[in-house]
Unconditional design. Structure first.
Length: 316
């Protein structure tokens, strides 16, 4: 056992950790609750517990681990490893998380946000392996993105680059949670696919979605997906529209970055994956680059383990 890293994925309610080998395989995992509203030490204790659980299960890993990577809620400073002021993890304010983990475990520690780290894992070990320049998007509760050029995360001047989910595709569109209007996240994230569906159902359109959810107010993206797989016309329309919106957005991404591959992950990505061929074919209508359709559009490898794999990739 050599060349192992530990990836730690921190959320508002949990800390998940995993032991990851040099090929990107997650061999062991742990999960503990996160105390996000206490003091900094309480939050750190949760991270320590998740890591110690790995060492308790695999005692030989302690000597083999060469680094600990951490996916943490932002805002954060990836250069210093300091957590600045995340709204969902209030226990940390200007908290030197990387330095504290290094102090406890005596190995290098790195911190970055989930989309950046997941992009690195997909570029190194996953669906983007073998490509020089990778664009990655997580389609889920929000839309997060990451950019890897020549094997390195592109952070921008202050560490705030790659906020691709907040690219506006309609300046007169709905207000996004970020405060801007018409961001792709305001249309194609999971909650906003559900919102658009509820608006259609409220106008009286018939659909199996309503039977699945029980009421208009209860409609979630999962209901849209289930109805789509059963051939429901409204669900098919909603997801087809979503694919068009994503194609418009990706056309802009291509014209700015022209990546070698575009990797899409997250729960909504699995739902949308059947539209990927049509989206690729449609890119030429929404990009000046008429070879945009040559760029592979692929489903991410890591799924729900993206945070663990991404964190481990930071130190691999």
């Amino acid at each position: 056992m050599s060349g192992m890293t530990i990836g730690v994925d921190i959320g508002g309610t949990k800390v998940a950790a995993g032991l990851v080998d040099a090929a990107g395989r997650i061999t062991h995992k742990s999960r503990v609750p996160m105390v996000s509203t206490g003091d900094g030490a309480a939050g750190l204790s949760c991270v320590e517990s998740a890591i110690q659980a790995i060492f308790a299960e695999v005692p030989t890993a302690r000597a083999a681990v060469t680094g600990i990577g951490i996916c943490a809620p932002g805002p954060l400073d990836p250069t210093t490893g300091v957590i600045l002021n995340p709204p969902n993890v209030q226990c940390w304010r200007d908290y030197p998380l990387a330095a504290e983990v290094e102090r406890i475990f005596a190995v290098p520690a790195r911190v970055d946000n989930d989309a950046n780290a997941a992009c690195l894992a997909e570029a190194r070990w996953g669906a983007g392996a073998g490509y020089r320049n990778v664009f990655f998007a997580i389609l889920g509760t929000g839309i997060g993105t990451g950019i890897v050029f020549e094997g390195k995360i592109y952070h921008g001047r202050t560490g705030s680059a790659a906020e691709g989910g907040h690219v506006t595709i309609d300046y007169q569109g709905p207000r996004c949670g970020c405060g801007k209007h018409g961001c792709i996240e305001a249309y194609a994230s999971g909650p906003n696919i559900a919102r658009r569906t509820r608006e259609r159902l409220s106008s009286g359109e018939p659909s199996a979605i309503l039977q699945l959810a029980g009421s208009v107010d209860a409609v979630r993206t999962e209901h849209v997906g289930e109805a789509f797989r059963a051939g429901d016309p409204l669900a098919t329309q909603i997801l087809t529209e979503t694919s068009h919106l994503l194609t418009i957005w990706l056309g802009t991404i291509v014209d700015i970055l022209e990546p070698d591959v575009m990797v899409i992950g997250g729960g909504v990505a699995e739902l949308m994956s059947s539209f990927f061929p049509a989206m690729s074919a449609g890119l030429k209508e929404w990009a000046i680059n008429q070879r945009a359709g040559e760029i592979p559009l692929v489903l991410a490898r890591y799924g729900s383990d993206a945070g663990i794999a991404g964190a481990a990739a930071l130190c691999a």
